[in-house]
Design a protein around this ligand. Structure first.
Ligand SMILES: [Ca+2]
Ligand SMILES: [Ca+2]
Length: 270
């Protein structure tokens, strides 16, 4: 057994060691990047609670709209209830085949709370990478939601914007792709625009008037007036039904009044 002595001073040795370390990091780094890119889609790993249907006693959201058959496209259980044709409040389905479907009650299940709009934007340019509407589950996770891998870069950061038909929109902090996912937990986050209640963070309820760019960002008297004009409607899928029990009542109004004048800078019309 023999060895060849290598002549080098301390500086050269440290330089060689650093080069070797960087090579190792580059190798494993590229392996991680490639593993994320091998999959054809990047999944959205989002958790969010809506004020109103969120029930602190169960730690999850109500699925009453599903249970009573009030979600768009479902046949209500009660004969006097008003069915709502299948539609998407934001016209951006995660699954485009749903768009042409006429009987969509099968898309729901006993975990379904409602539809929620998800927009993915590049942090540096603000450009929208993807807009889609996905189903929100009682535990705050979303059902479905993915983005073709080629639309994303492992070198960039992204912002997840969420909007709902009667809540203030909210957005995540910039995040990077991680293990083939874009992940953000809004239920345990300090981002502006969430409300802490029952020791969790919730999207703020009461934003039922979203007819103009400004009105999508604020809960004000226009929302109260919209509620007033619908007060007493019942047994259907109603924007003014903030706690999502199928009826528009003073319980819904009390939530709007609690949040009156709250606003956000998040723009969902980009
Ligand atoms: Ca509003
Ligand atoms: Ca209600």
């Amino acid at each position: 057994m023999f060895y060849v002595p290598i002549k080098c001073n301390k500086t050269q040795f440290m330089s060689t060691l650093l080069t070797f370390t960087y090579s190792l990091l580059a190798f494993f780094g590229s392996t991680i990047d490639q593993s994320a890119l091998i999959a054809q889609t990047v999944s959205l790993d989002i958790k969010v609670y809506l004020e109103g249907p969120y029930d602190a006693s169960t730690g999850s959201m109500s699925t009453t709209l599903y249970e009573l058959g009030y979600l768009p496209g479902m046949t209500p259980k009660a004969f006097f209830a008003e069915p709502v044709p299948f539609f998407d409040p934001y016209d951006e389905f995660y699954d485009q085949t749903l768009k042409s479907s006429t009987d969509d009650s099968d898309v729901y299940n006993n975990k379904t709370v409602d539809w929620i709009f998800v927009s993915i934007r590049e942090e540096d340019t603000g450009n929208t990478v993807s807009n889609q509407t996905v189903l929100l589950n009682a535990d705050g996770t979303i059902n479905g939601g993915s983005i073709p891998t080629e639309k994303l870069s492992t070198l960039k950061k992204y912002i997840i914007v969420l909007a709902h038909r009667n809540h203030l929109p909210v957005q995540s902090t910039p995040i990077k792709l991680n293990k083939g996912k874009l992940s953000f937990d809004f239920t345990n986050s300090d981002v502006i625009g969430l409300k802490e209640k029952h020791k969790v963070k919730l999207m703020i309820a009461g934003n039922i008037d979203q007819t103009k760019t400004r009105s999508t960002r604020v809960i004000n008297m226009e929302d109260v007036d919209t509620w007033r004009s619908a007060n007493g409607k019942n047994s259907s899928y109603l924007r003014e039904d903030i706690d999502m029990n199928g009826d528009v009542s003073v319980h819904d109004q009390s939530i709007i009044l609690e949040n009156l004048d709250l606003s956000t800078s998040v723009n969902i019309n980009e």
